[in-house]
Structures are given as structure tokens and as C-alpha cells.
Design a binder for this molecule. Structure first.
Ligand code: CP
Length: 327
């Protein structure tokens, strides 16, 4: 068998090489393109019989998950393994956090143990920024409160580009529990950098005032009508209804929510055949999206999950080249 090449990574634009990925707000279009192109090369690696290259041999990645995750945690683990890095899974519930160790002390401990890259998910917005201030290596935000989930937004962009062949000037409808969604916020940064026309659609209690969104993303459109949001869309992204919000009195009932906002086959019948239906997961089937829509030919939900590994490989690879452990 011919020896397989390692990986072909797209070079970050000069002056834009970063140490951390905390959100997409300060990430340029050129940087996003470089990550997506590198992810294509990583996807080729993942199609090989031996899905591994030595690119990060000797580096240590720590998955710090203070909040539940299936997709993000496992895909970071697979990504690190495919790059031959050491990967440590740190679960707060079985660590010294249970004895009262603080987040900052935990970071100092992981640094003393030789960690190069920390991947952190935390229920508190700002946790990843705090960790980045105290860690000498690289930090990747794997979701902090309702603030940001930049790797989800990157894998969403990758999936759209792969399926449609372009990212510019898309019409994107984001439907559901937008107020509490870090996925919506990071995707707003990503999509607007691609000059997309983004429409946000939800009941008023799960959206908040239009001026709140338009102060940061002036071109964003707001509607409470699903039909209006779907009209002309190239991409329709449903978000998980965070059911715990129902107890907070934000919704009269799940049935009422589904009646007006669920993606059903009947509602999607008006859309063109090549419209992409996306969902970051986890899904509440039958609440924000009908089971037949999840398995329909237009849905790319499985591809989003699959592409998460290649995109996270690309990020780990790009950031690892910046790790110097200098303050
Ligand atoms: N989309 C997403 O972040 O899923 P997990 O919570 O399973 O990681």
C-alpha cells in the first residue's frame, strides 16, 4: 500500500493566527474559510482505512465538560485521536470540583499536568473567556451558557458549503428557542460574515425584543410567523426547545408551541427541494421538528454530526500550531 500523506492544512492569513477560539465575533471571513478548507482535508483523512495522522503527536487535549454533551464531547475526542494527540476526558462530577476546587484552580492543575489545549463546556456564559485568561495554552469554547458555541457554527457552515457549494448571500431561517440559544448567537456571527440574510422566528417570549438582536446584527429580520420565516429560505435551522423554560411560564403549552412553530412536512411543502433542514441536536422529536422531517432527504442533521469531527480536527490542528505556553 502507498504511504498516505499526512494532512494538507490551509494556512491562516498572516496576522490572524489565534491561540483561542471563544466565539466567532472576532473571527474573520478569511479565518473561517481557512478552517473550512482544512476541515475538507481532515474529512479526507477520516475516509481512509486508517483514520489517523501524526499531526498532534505529543500534544495533550483535555475535554473539560461541566455540562452534558454527546456530540461535542465525543467528536472532540475522535478528532484528537485522529490527530494522534493524547486526549483526557475530564468530567466535573468525578473530579476535585466535587471537593470544592474552583475552575481557575482546575485550570492551573491541568496546566501543571502538561495540557496543551483545553476544550471547555460550562453552564455559565463567560467560563471559556475566564479559562483563557488563566491558561498558557489554547482554549476552545465548546458551549458556555447561552453565550456561544462557535464549533457548532463552524460545522454548520461546513455542512452548508458541502451540500450547497456556496456560503455567500444565503437566506437562513432560525426557528425556535432563540433567546436561550448559544447556537443561534454563534451562527448569527458566522452567517452574517458570509453576508447571509438571517431571519429569526419564535414566539415573542422565546425571542425578546427585535432591537436586542438588531443592536448587534443590524440586518437580522425578526418574525413571529413561521410561514414568513420559511418564505424563500435556502437553509432552515430548528433549535431545541429548552423544555425547562416552560416551567418559567414562557410558553402556554408544548402543544401550543408545536402548533405554530414545529417544522412539519406540510409546512415544509412550500419549500424548494434543495432547501437544507438543520438542527444542532439534541432533538425533541415531535415538538420543534416532526420525525418525518428528521429523516427526510432535505434534512442534513446526521451530516452535521459527522462533519463535527473533521471541523474540530481542523481547529485543533490550527490552534496547536500556536501553543507556546507563554503568558
Ligand atoms: N449540538 C450540541 O452541542 O450537542 P451536544 O450537547 O450533544 O454536544
Amino acid at each position: 500500500m502507498q504511504p498516505q500523506p499526512s494532512v494538507v492544512a490551509s494556512v491562516m492569513p498572516e496576522g490572524e493566527r489565534r491561540r483561542h477560539l471563544l466565539d466567532l465575533d472576532d473571527v474573520s471571513r478569511a479565518e473561517i474559510d481557512a478552517v473550512l478548507e482544512t476541515a475538507e482535508s481532515m474529512k479526507e483523512v477520516l475516509s481512509r482505512e486508517i483514520k489517523q495522522v501524526p499531526a498532534l503527536r505529543g500534544k495533550t487535549v483535555v475535554n473539560m465538560f461541566y455540562e452534558e454533551s454527546t456530540r461535542t464531547r465525543i467528536s472532540f475526542e475522535l478528532a484528537a485521536r485522529s490527530l494522534s494527540a493524547n486526549i483526557i476526558n475530564f468530567a466535573a462530577r468525578s473530579s476535585s470540583v466535587e471537593k470544592g476546587e474552583s475552575l481557575i484552580d482546575t485550570v492551573r492543575t491541568l496546566q501543571a499536568l502538561g495540557a496543551d489545549i483545553l476544550v471547555i463546556r460550562h453552564a455559565q456564559a463567560g467560563a471559556a473567556h475566564l479559562v483563557a485568561r488563566h491558561f498558557h495554552g489554547s482554549v476552545i469554547n465548546a458551549g458556555d451558557g447561552r453565550h456561544a458555541h462557535p464549533t457548532q457554527a463552524l460545522l454548520d457552515l461546513f455542512t452548508i458549503r458541502e451540500k450547497l457549494g456556496y456560503l455567500d448571500n444565503l437566506k437562513v431561517a432560525i426557528i425556535g428557542d432563540i433567546l436561550h440559544s448559544r447556537v443561534a448567537r454563534s451562527n448569527l456571527w458566522g452567517f452574517t460574515k458570509m453576508d447571509a440574510q438571517v431571519t429569526l422566528c419564535a414566539p415573542p417570549t422565546l425571542l425578546g425584543p427585535a432591537r436586542f438582536w438588531q443592536a448587534t446584527w443590524p440586518r437580522v429580520r425578526i418574525t413571529y410567523s413561521l410561514e414568513e420565516a420559511l418564505d424563500g429560505a435556502d437553509v432552515v435551522m430548528a433549535l431545541r426547545l429548552q423544555q425547562e423554560r416552560q416551567q418559567a411560564g414562557l410558553l402556554p403549552s408544548l402543544r401550543e408551541y408545536s402548533r405554530f412553530f414545529a417544522l412539519t412536512e406540510e409546512r415544509l411543502a412550500q419549500l424548494a427541494d434543495n432547501v437544507l433542514i438543520m438542527h444542532p441536536g439534541p432533538i425533541n422529536e415531535g415538538i420543534e421538528i416532526a420525525p418525518e422531517v428528521v429523516t427526510s432527504s432535505r434534512a442534513v442533521i446526521g451530516e452535521q454530526v459527522t462533519n463535527g469531527v473533521a471541523v474540530r480536527m481542523a481547529l485543533l490542528y490550527q490552534l496547536a500550531s500556536q501553543v507556546t505556553h507563554e503568558e
